[in-house]
Design a protein around this ligand. Structure first.
Ligand code: SF4
Length: 143
């Protein structure tokens, strides 16, 4: 069976920052990703977990800052001209692979729902990403 997105999907991030804020959520990361983030921050892994992480069930998520009723990822930087990630080079795969998540790619309706709910201003605009690249991104999501 062919993918509904076999002709590719358009996506170019506009740096609106909407995927890093909104309703309460989780930014899952693996132990390896936690170590990479701690290293980027120049702190110990223990310090990183104490200060920036919380356990939900059996998994770890980054914490959030509530700003004007919105739940910002703890590493969302609003001091820059456009919202940016303080850990961009070491961000977890959940962030690297957005919006090509299994739940968003289930159907065109799921894709549109994610686009409008976030709202992600980069979905369906900009570069045409071929289906092969979408699959690579999808498969690189760690958690
Ligand atoms: S919501 Fe979309 S356009 Fe906005 S920062 Fe996130 S990926 Fe980029």
């Amino acid at each position: 069976m062919s993918d509904w997105f076999e002709d590719g999907l358009r996506f170019s991030c506009t740096q609106c920052g909407n995927c890093c804020t909104g309703l309460p959520g989780a930014v899952w990361f693996t132990q390896e990703e936690g170590m990479a983030m701690a290293k980027k921050l120049g702190i110990t892994i223990d310090h990183f977990y104490k200060r920036f992480a919380r356990k939900i069930g059996t998994r770890w998520s980054l914490t959030e800052n509530v700003i004007a009723g919105k739940y910002d990822c703890v590493f969302l930087d609003r001091e820059t001209e456009k919202p940016s990630c303080k850990l961009y080079g070491a961000r977890p795969s959940q962030c690297r692979t957005w919006p090509f998540w299994p739940e968003n790619l289930r159907s065109e309706a799921s894709w549109l729902r994610a686009k409008h709910k976030t709202p992600c201003l980069g979905m369906d605009t900009g570069r045409l990403i071929p289906a092969s690249e979408i699959h690579l991104t999808l498969n690189s999501k760690r958690i």
